[in-house]
Design a protein around this ligand. Structure first.
Ligand SMILES: C[S@@+](CC[C@H](N)C(=O)[O-])C[C@H]1O[C@@H](n2cnc3c(N)ncnc32)[C@H](O)[C@@H]1O
Length: 189
């Protein structure tokens, strides 16, 4: 058995997939290179649907190519901010939404998620998920905007209504070089 906690993004995806079944609707808020989108597309299968967003054309092209190479036809890609996901994803329809924050790996590091928009996107995601669904956020505080973003996102999550949501934060206590951290929020049944 592999050690899940050695790769934070993999751990975040496994937590997410616990809430996802074949045929579900799910959201990748930041498709980037497309690896999370592909994992979600495979998890929901041909009968499911993935809505994937990114503000960078490069990310949409990388994701589109990866999906094509893997024969996935169940993904709708939007070259738009996750702030607008509510215009595309019916309210209460998704079992999961994934936010992998920061910048495109191998891309322009100055184009990164920003606290204000991220919180707006997270609010939209909480509307888009159904009862029993999950929103997973991978946070990076190794760069300045990432630190600001993490602080504001955690402060926002701490105040979520306890009757409706569970919010959990996991960080890698003894690792070097600012490993990513995970926030996950579930909508109570
Ligand atoms: C860490 S990468 C995502 C990695 C991706 N999940 C993967 O599997 O490769 C973060 C992405 O967020 C995108 N991004 C930044 N702000 C955004 C926004 N407001 N809406 C959607 N995407 C955004 C960036 O363009 C970048 O591609």
């Amino acid at each position: 058995m592999s050690n899940l906690i050695t790769k934070t993004t993999e751990l975040a995806m496994q937590i997410t997939l616990f809430y996802v079944e074949q045929g579900d609707t799910v959201i990748d808020a930041t498709c980037g290179t497309g690896h999370d989108t592909l994992a979600l597309a495979e998890a929901v299968g041909d009968g499911g649907r993935v809505y994937a967003f990114d503000i960078q054309k490069e990310a949409i092209s990388l994701t589109s190519e990866l999906l094509k190479n893997n024969g996935c036809t169940n993904v709708e890609l939007f070259n738009e901010s996750f702030v607008y996901m509510g215009e595309h994803v019916p309210e209460g329809s998704a079992s999961a939404a994934v936010f992998n924050l920061g910048y495109l790996p191998g891309g322009d590091h100055s184009i990164t998620t920003e606290a204000g928009a991220t919180i707006e996107g997270l609010r939209a995601a909480l509307k888009a998920i159904r009862t029993g669904g999950i929103v997973t956020v991978v946070l990076y505080d190794g760069h300045e905007e990432g630190r600001r973003e993490k602080e504001r996102v955690l402060r926002w999550a701490e105040k979520l209504d306890t009757k409706t949501y569970h919010a959990v934060f996991a960080n890698m206590l003894n690792q070097n070089n600012y490993p990513p951290e995970i926030l996950w929020i579930t909508k109570k049944r």
